[in-house]
Design a protein around this ligand. Sequence first.
Ligand code: HEM
Length: 524
Amino acid sequence: MSSAIQLSSVWLLRNLFFIVASVVFTYLLIRIIYNLFLSPLSAIPGPWHYAISDLPLISHVVRLQQCKTVQSLFDTYGPVVRVGPNRVVFRDLSTMRNVYSVHKFDKSNYYKSLLTNDNDHAMTTLDHASHTIKRKSYAPHYTHSSVAQFQPEMQEYTFELINTLESISGKTPVECLALFRHLMVDVVVSSSFGYRLGAVGKWAMDVEDPLSTAINDFPKRGILRSVVPTWAWNLVCRIPNNRWKQLCDSDKILAEFVSGRVYEMRAQMNAGKFGDSEKLSMLQRLLKYRYSPAEQMPDHDIISECIGHLMAGTDTTSTSISYLFWELSRRPDIMKKLQAELDDAMPDSKVLPDITVLQELPYFSAFLKEGLRLYTAVPSLLERVVPTSTSKNGASDEIFDLMGYALPPGTIVATQAWSMHRDPSVFPSPETFLPERWLESSSTPPEDLARMAAHMMPFGTGSRICGGQNLALMLLKMAIAAFVRNFDIRAPAETDERSMDIKDSFVIFPSAMECKLIFTPRQL
Ligand code: HEM
């Protein structure tokens, strides 16, 4: 009897591996069969291996090629494609409106990877109702008229850069991503906190600005932090190397800087030193904001919101300017037309006209639209989740219809600016940089212009559209006008198609991680 038991346990042990393997294999087989043939998404076109696992899409995220991969899937399979067991992407105007503007679907969990200070801010708040409360805290700060009050600071920092570059006098290539990051850090810090940081001045003197470095390091830290377990992270952060320590501590550097401003401003407020000035910093608005009559916006939320804006506003804008200048460096025809228009609008090359004048320049506006079409800094999938009900009365059995396919609640849906901006039926020769396509003419009637404008989403779309787009657009216009008026731009040999090839990881960046250009003062 006991030898029979012994025999059967030996048999069991020997075959344990095969038993476990068979169970796993059967489970996977059932899942594959379900995903391919029985899932409510199985009728949606797409490669079969995307339908059974998220890994194929993740592999392109890791290769920093998600936007281009999704674009090629649209080219092969049409405007709606299944890219995961529970994931559908689309390229369609009315669906875009439905998802982002009409039904205002909640965001997917992906956005939690963008937390600041381990806490939510407007961009990472997933559900619509909570987001509405957060958005109201900062939205008045970015209206046209409020942002226009910061023109003097933007003008001052821009010309501080221009004067420094003039002293280099076209001899040395300058790394534009860092250059314009410093400009944006000064601009966002002054609009958010009413504080003069002097990042541009430090750049000019070749002195490191710890805040600008931390802003550059923070996303890299986030990626590393998400793949390394906490115990290992704590260990590697002890490696005695100053640069490495700085990257590990980038979250603390940001939080310390912002907390400092919050406590400083609160102290001024308590001392009644707020004043009646119409020009308020964002922080002043947040300190006064209440989630409800009984609940003030807490300090940790204020700190996360402010860090969120520093992160959302700096590299996005500096990358956009860098790509636009790279385009100008290889398109002397466009550069000449822009300079002719700006020479007229800016008789004194060291004084920018009011923003309302820049807004009225037709070729300049067309150039900027075309730039944001091909080089928006955030061309990526903006993921949303199909809710339990999309009907007004909240009937829970309603199924969302996406271009003829019924999607169950919980399905992740998304479109991306990369593809909306490259739809050949809307933008003929989509890969060609052609500002003229935005100028009304016999070949481009107003209906075509309206259709193109409707497809543009460089700042996202709907209720979660970029909060700082007015600030970004104003700075883009002012910086580009001032630089184009004062410099000719060319690329050194090291900056070419290959080094500038676009990589994406939610935001874009050049494959060389730098954009070196030469700014030569114009002989006027
Ligand atoms: C060219 C520069 C910029 C681009 C291309 C850009 C793009 C975007 C996009 C596409 C989104 C929407 C993300 C989504 O739906 O998931 C977004 C959100 C946001 N952006 Fe920007 N952005 C730029 C500059 C700025 C600036 C200068 C600021 C502020 C200083 C800013 C603050 C924000 C905030 C706060 C959000 C979250 C909005 C919310 O959910 O309430 N952005 N941005």
